[in-house]
Design a protein around this ligand. Structure first.
Ligand SMILES: [Cu+2]
Length: 139
């Protein structure tokens, strides 16, 4: 009898515990996705700011033809960083996450607020460099 009971109980306990783990993973999944999005945006911001540094270095005009390459590469990095943040905030992955739900609303709000501020920082940098870029292009 004990063997039969054990043979019935253990699989049930196992199934319940697997089910509980799966539910826990499901609850943790949106948080993990938001964390991944935040890392992507962090990386994109760093890329944009590094691009701005390259632009600034090129605008010093002390490295001959390399200056143009620095400015061009820097501009691409700024644009790509900004585009990556915008895509993360409003792209298909975010839309799917919102459709599926199950995420912490406050964390999501904070994530979007952070992204908006990142975009603002990049736009300020773009504004600062636009005049200098015009001057370089006129040469
Ligand atoms: Cu969102």
């Amino acid at each position: 009898m004990k063997t039969v009971t054990a043979a019935l109980v253990f699989p049930i306990v196992f199934i319940l515990s697997v089910n509980a783990q799966a539910e826990q993973m499901e609850k943790g999944q949106p948080l993990h996705e938001m964390h991944a999005m935040m890392r992507l945006m962090d990386s994109a911001l760093c890329q944009a700011l590094e691009g701005a540094n390259l632009q600034m270095f090129g605008q010093m005009g002390e490295s001959g033809e390399t200056d143009k390459d620095l400015i061009e590469r820097g501009s691409d990095m700024v644009k790509d960083g900004k585009a990556t943040i915008l895509k993360t905030l409003a792209g298909s992955d975010m839309k799917v996450l919102h459709k599926e739900g199950g995420f912490n609303e406050k964390v999501m709000r904070d994530l979007h607020a952070l992204g908006d501020r990142m975009i603002h920082v990049i736009e300020e940098v773009e504004k600062l460099h636009s005049e200098a870029l015009k001057q370089v292009n006129m040469k």
